[in-house]
Design a protein around this ligand. Structure first.
Ligand code: ATP
Ligand code: MG
Length: 442
């Protein structure tokens, strides 16, 4: 290196960008996420589901064991790596149910009965990025563990339905199926393989590969050339015994009573191996081929599979990006938040007193945006007013030196009342602003 050589300019470092399929979430969009998360927290509280947060990184074996080896996720979508420092095999979680179950088992959470839990957070799958399909995406999920009855399946479905209603999403279709119990599925599997074996001429390579490893997943194919063939395949529902049918009918009866419409989809099998009995998806026509916004079902054997004492469970997960996209398409997307007040400060000397006042306002729950100096003082009054307008705040507070010396500040209306202004004693600012906003004191 020759630092004296002025002829070679230091090369500008190239700009770094986010990983493909992984998105930054910026304002004002992030406000829509927060709004949805708030709605979900209230919904969960109303149904007495409690929040659980598990690590984003889990041992790879958890997903191989939990999801099944011959699934899209485990075969080709997982971000798996070896920890350089200790050689552990780790994976960025592609879904959260396996981690929730691990945590529930590890902390013996079912010792005093069932638990109703929910989570929110990022998931990772190496898929081809497109609208509604990302490599880092976000799920909100609810799980009820330790409950065997159909009323809990129904409770979860009703809860998701209530969320769509609350969000103003009226055009979401519920698809429902029952996968029965493992022995019923085994009998069906044999019949299905026999049927598929006679139709290998229309099957694509992936389907042929799955013929013996995971034939049920072939029914889920998106290949148009195979639709007629899978349509005519034997139906799992015809292989269910009395107990499985009774469970299914009980779920349907509750949904009927609550006025929640559904369509039985005999081909709905879901991507993970761990499901049994009830499975369901909420689907929309408004998002192209990424139309499933939420999916779930019962997974009575997963807890044992992951090393816990056998216990039944049921849950769902929704795709946050897809729900927000749908909201944008057909709901009432929330407005970006605006501050209640914009503080204008003609003279920087007043800043200590200004901050004192603004903190007191914030303590009363008011949202206050402070005009920030640009380096050379506070900027002209004109530019401060311009920024106040652009902030969207309905009111400005003007901390003029004369008013401050009298212990007052000017409240100026920026929207309705077109510029009306009044002087207000500092001690009375909070109640005055709250009155204008039609709000109560904290
Ligand atoms: P798909 O058939 O669309 O691939 P999936 O069956 O793999 O979905 P689940 O594992 O059931 O999806 O996940 C639940 C929800 O999470 C989906 O219904 C969807 O809304 C969302 N989701 C799944 N994968 C992605 C992804 N790569 N990007 C964005 N959202 C996703
Ligand atoms: Mg998928």
């Amino acid at each position: 290196m020759n630092s004296n050589n002025n002829a070679t300019k230091p090369s500008k470092p190239s700009a770094l960008t986010a990983v493909k399929g992984m998105n930054d979430l910026l304002p004002p969009d992030s406000a829509r996420w927060e709004w949805l998360e708030d709605k979900v927290r209230q919904l969960m509280a109303r149904h007495a589901y409690r929040n659980l947060r598990t690590p984003i990184v889990e041992p790879t074996a958890l997903f191989v064991r939990g999801l099944g080896e011959v699934t899209d996720i485990v075969e080709k979508e997982m971000y798996s790596f070896e920890d350089r420092l200790n050689g552990e095999q780790l994976t960025l979680r592609p879904e959260a149910t396996a981690g929730v179950v691990r945590a529930v088992v590890e902390h013996n959470m079912l010792y005093d009965g069932g638990k109703r839990l929910y989570y929110m957070g990022p998931m990772f799958r190496h898929e081809r990025p497109q609208r509604g399909r990302y490599r880092q995406f976000h799920q909100i999920g609810a799980e009820a563990l330790g409950f065997a009855g159909p009323e809990v399946d129904a409770e979860l479905i009703l809860m998701a339905h209530a969320l769509w209603q609350e969000l103003g999403l009226n055009d979401v279709r519920l698809e429902l199926n029952s996968l029965g119990q493992p022995h019923e599925r085994a009998a069906y599997r044999t019949a299905l393989i026999a049927y598929l074996t006679q139709h290998t001429d229309v099957m694509d390579e992936e389907a042929k590969r799955r013929l013996h490893s995971n034939p049920l997943r072939i029914l889920d194919t998106k290949n148009p050339a195979m639709q007629a063939m899978v349509e005519a395949a034997p139906k799992l529902i015809d292989f269910l015994g009395e107990a499985s049918l009774a469970h299914f009918n009980a779920v349907k009866a509750i949904l009927d009573a609550c006025g929640v419409a559904y369509r039985i989809n005999p081909r709905l099998v879901r991507g993970m191996d761990y499901y049994n009995l009830t499975v369901f998806e909420f689907v929309t026509e408004h998002l192209g081929s990424q139309g499933t916004i939420c999916g779930g079902g019962r997974y009575d054997y997963l807890i044992e599979q992951i090393g816990g004492k056998p216990a039944p469970a049921v849950g769902w997960a929704l795709g946050v990006e897809r729900v927000l996209e749908l909201l944008k398409e057909q709901g009432n997307p929330p407005q970006a938040p605006v501050p209640d007040v914009y503080a204008i400060v003609p003279d920087a000397c007043a800043l200590p007193q200004v901050h004192q006042t603004l903190q007191a306002l914030r303590a009363q729950g008011l949202s206050v945006q402070m005009h920030a100096a640009t380096g050379e003082g506070m900027g002209s009054m004109k530019s401060q007013f311009k920024k106040a307008d652009a902030s969207g705040a309905p009111m400005a507070l003007i901390f003029g030196a004369d008013e401050l010396s009298r212990g007052e500040v000017v409240i100026k209306q920026l929207r309705d009342g077109a510029g009306a202004q009044e002087n207000c004693p500092l001690a009375q600012v909070a109640p005055a602003l709250l009155r204008h906003l039609h709000r109560d004191m904290a």
